[in-house]
Ligand binder design. Sequence first.
Ligand SMILES: *Cc1c(COP(=O)(O)O)cnc(C)c1O
Length: 216
Amino acid sequence: MNISDNIHSLKNSLPPSVTLVAVSKTKPVNDLMKAYEAGQRIFGENKIQEMAAKSEAMPKDIEWHMIGHVQTNKVKYMAAFVSLIHAVDSLKLLLEINKQASKYSRTIRCLLQIKIAEEESKFGITETEAISLLKDPRLKELSHVKIEGFMGMATFTDNTQQLKQEFSRLKRFYDLNKEIYHFKTLSMGMSGDYKIAIEEGSTMIRVGSAIFGERD
Ligand SMILES: *Cc1c(COP(=O)(O)O)cnc(C)c1O
């Protein structure tokens, strides 16, 4: 795996409207630094402790994205530095993010994770649940969080037709809400399906193994 080459060729192939999150979970800081030296400044992790340790060890101009499920009681460990939380799924979590962000006088960007896969997934909310969350009057009081769009994970499948359908459905839902809530981010697409996700309107892809190699 040549991490630097992978970053360069990925970036060269992306339309300018698409942001690349390099998913570095389980990988050593050495590997992340190779991506950093190739110009990558946005890294995604799914464990708060691991992300905090890496953020300590690495240059300060990096944007750290939490892409995994977040437990309310762990928010405090990332509130000082996390830039975007991809998998928000409840008002309770938003309240806690707001509370912790306020301690640092920061605004933390958030995405709502929408269930799009056919397989039964523990995480994410339905479109209906997302709408009632977005309409909740208590949201207006949260001055330290900014919900800027949606995130979705498609079914783990090679079926291109199915992937297209899942991504295009989320894109349609995103478009319905985009103007109303001033959204700007639709996070969908991973190593195996990011090309399809981009065709279907993704603005942010989360790519791990295609950059850093397979994880153990
Ligand atoms: C691990 C992970 C990715 C990246 O997966 P790859 O297949 O290695 O690109 C993307 N999104 C989420 C939420 C992940 O947990």
